[in-house]
Design a protein around this ligand. Sequence first.
Ligand code: HEC
Length: 202
Amino acid sequence: MFFNTHRVLVCALALATVSAGTLIAQDDLINRASFTAEGAVELPQDIRRWVYVGTPLTPNALNGGEAPFPEFHNVYVEPSAFDHWSATGTWADGSQIAKELVMIQTDEGTDPETGANAQVSGVGYFQGDFVGMELTVKDSTRYTDEPGNWAYFSFGHSGQPYAATAKAFETDSCNSCHEANAADDFVFTQFYPVLRAAKPTQ
Ligand code: HEC
């Protein structure tokens, strides 16, 4: 009996220590982006192993034939930033979120009007080739002047290989639209079911 109680106590203490440590050190545990000496961000190597959170799609057929981003937008959150989001519902300093653009698949059967394909599961849109990669990084030390401290990058929009590094865009090119329209601290969580589900309820 004594031993069991003792063991429970030790476990409880260990857990309390771990969670207190986690709370204090949370920002320090974020895996940050790498930068060149000139201040360009380096293309993260393992984006497709980050946490996949959703795929908005704005096809040409529904945007007068000229959608600014007619491809699938596969969005991935760096895992430590995802853990912080799940624990707090906020974006930690150092958070990284990537968006990979993927062409809609076409073949000889593609409907010229809708751009859709008929496949065994039905008529619709299926992912084709990778065509572009973008990244946003929240960094209060590097981007003191950017609203929300978020900077935005593109590693190209014309297929692979992507550029190895990218310079931050001007605030008006990217940040302003995110600031005005995104649901959670410049991030469009309203379009990512995995982030909506992971957000803690207050
Ligand atoms: C007119 C508004 C607008 C502008 C300008 C804009 N974005 Fe976005 N961005 C969005 C929307 C809406 C989403 C989510 C839905 C989607 O991808 O279609 C998004 C999502 C993203 C994401 C995924 C993370 C997130 O915040 O949701 C990244 C990364 C991103 N954009 C990068 C950029 C970059 C780089 C630029 C500038 C070259 C840029 N954006 C300019 C509207 C905008």
